[in-house]
Design a protein around this ligand. Sequence first.
Ligand SMILES: Nc1nc2c(ncn2[C@@H]2O[C@H](COP(=O)(O)OP(=O)(O)O)[C@@H](O)[C@H]2O)c(=O)[nH]1
Ligand SMILES: [Mg+2]
Length: 267
Amino acid sequence: MKKQQVIVFLPAYNEEESIGDVIESIPRHFHHQVEVKVLVIDDGSRDHTVNVARKAGADYIVSFEKNRGLGAAVRAGLKESYERGADIAVMIDADGEYPSYQIPDLLAPIFKGEADYTMGSRFLGTIKGMKLHRRLGNYCFTFIQSLLLRRWIYDGQSGMRAFTRQALEHAEIVHDYNYAQVLTLNLVRKGFRVKEVPIQYQVRSTGESFITFKGYLSSVIPAIWKEVKRPVQKINIDGNAHQLNNMDTYKIKGNHAEIVFFEERNY
Ligand SMILES: Nc1nc2c(ncn2[C@@H]2O[C@H](COP(=O)(O)OP(=O)(O)O)[C@@H](O)[C@H]2O)c(=O)[nH]1
Ligand SMILES: [Mg+2]
């Protein structure tokens, strides 16, 4: 049987201090029918992000000449993954805040045929170091999405998500500044099944967040409005396109994943 190709992409802007560790800790061999590649979308970094990523083992690097914004970078990540033949894509921030060792957890609902789009949820999992105003902002924007979607979600701003090939093909991000809310609204309105997976989150110790309150309010609110106002077509979804067996048998030890698949062992 042909292996499924998972492309893990990282939007990155001046992340030389953290991107190497993130790339190195991406699990590459957690199932014998899955092949993992790493793609970096460098959004015009002016530091050594690209060199560090290359040395750490990135398979593909796409570099924007100028900084375009996180929404534009994620849009490129989705498109590049699709064009490079990904069966599934995972996006994860390059700043080390999200647990790359939990990528198999994030993929499990897709491999079980239960979801087409998964989000790592910090509020269903654990959070270390998030400031109160960020926490409140997250609750608020997640609540807005829940209202618009008429279904409960717990963490609408996650920087760790996975997409089936069909979701990649149809996902649209209506602004360049960010993607977090508009992408979920877009995919769920098109009929894709979303599922949240609890993750362990740790606020960055290097670099700094690009999010500003003003930027967020002035860009994100109008973009949410724009997305919900535009008509979208329901997609006819193949819910079993990525099914794999034995997804339940890997184990994670502590912070460092030791991922062992039952089938890979000769008992
Ligand atoms: N493409 C792009 N990515 C950015 C930009 N700023 C930050 N990022 C990346 O987007 C991810 C999340 O950014 P971050 O500033 O940590 O946001 P926060 O986690 O919400 O505070 C990280 O991987 C950054 O490298 C930007 O201007 N453009
Ligand atoms: Mg971050």
